[in-house]
Design a protein around this ligand. Sequence first.
Ligand SMILES: [Zn+2]
Length: 300
Amino acid sequence: MKTIDTFDKQFQTDAECKAFLAEARWPHGVHCPRCDRKEKIYTLKARPFHWVCKNADCGGKNGYRFSILTKTIFQDTKIPLVLWFKVGYLMLVAKKGVSALQLHRVIFGEHSGSDYRTTWYMCHRWRSAMHGDVLPLTGEVEVDETYVGGKDKNRHKSKRIGITGGAGKVAVIGAIARKGMVIAKAIERADAATLQRFVHETVADDVSLVATDEAAGYRGLKKQGIPHQSVSHNKGEYVRGNVHTANLDSFWSLFKRGIIGSFHHVSKAYLPLYLNEFSYRHNMRKNPNAFAELLTTRSR
Ligand SMILES: [Zn+2]
């Protein structure tokens, strides 16, 4: 991807941002964000990047007015798009994650009077758009669950079935294809039903291997037709041939260092957004059009 200097040169005005956004959203011509049609869409000449849709579903003759920002994370914003773009791009290229405070300093400087909460809000809106369809995972897939928050020293003990971690800890589960995508999400309980449901939702029918540790919750997958193999971390076994969870371990440690290093406290409510961010960055790491594609997702 581009360096931030090149990026800054490309996006110096809001009009440049809007033109890029329009091309990313509607490469084959403007579509109505409400009825999704491209016929009967008329440019509002007095208002750049505004249109009116006159399809029957959208009120016919009176029409439905929309702008380039309608139904994007920028809808109704008073913050210049140049700032939005810069924040989103820096988040996308920061391999280890970047906190709103760091971004705020980069963008506004140490001594600016501008409101840190504005940057924080932009970061959260971007995270809400950082999702994509990566399923199903194929080939060799690692699955593992971990706990976020609280102290980590009892991790292996806490991974025992039925124990959902100490106070303040949140269970998360992830799957990573050795040659591709990662998916991670917060779960209420790390019980067998939840772990196994996650595996079935995540991997393709023709997956060649599902590698986990010895957690009891994964037992039974073989009987359900999943090519499951495990290593016994409790017995000091971390790798047996191609059976290991090393890639997912790396992802979890990057994630934990990122949120611990950058954020003093990640509340349970926001954890899915941080999982979005770290997964999306991993999944887009080799995609030169990552930023343009990010602009086309909708917030959830
Ligand atoms: Zn319409």
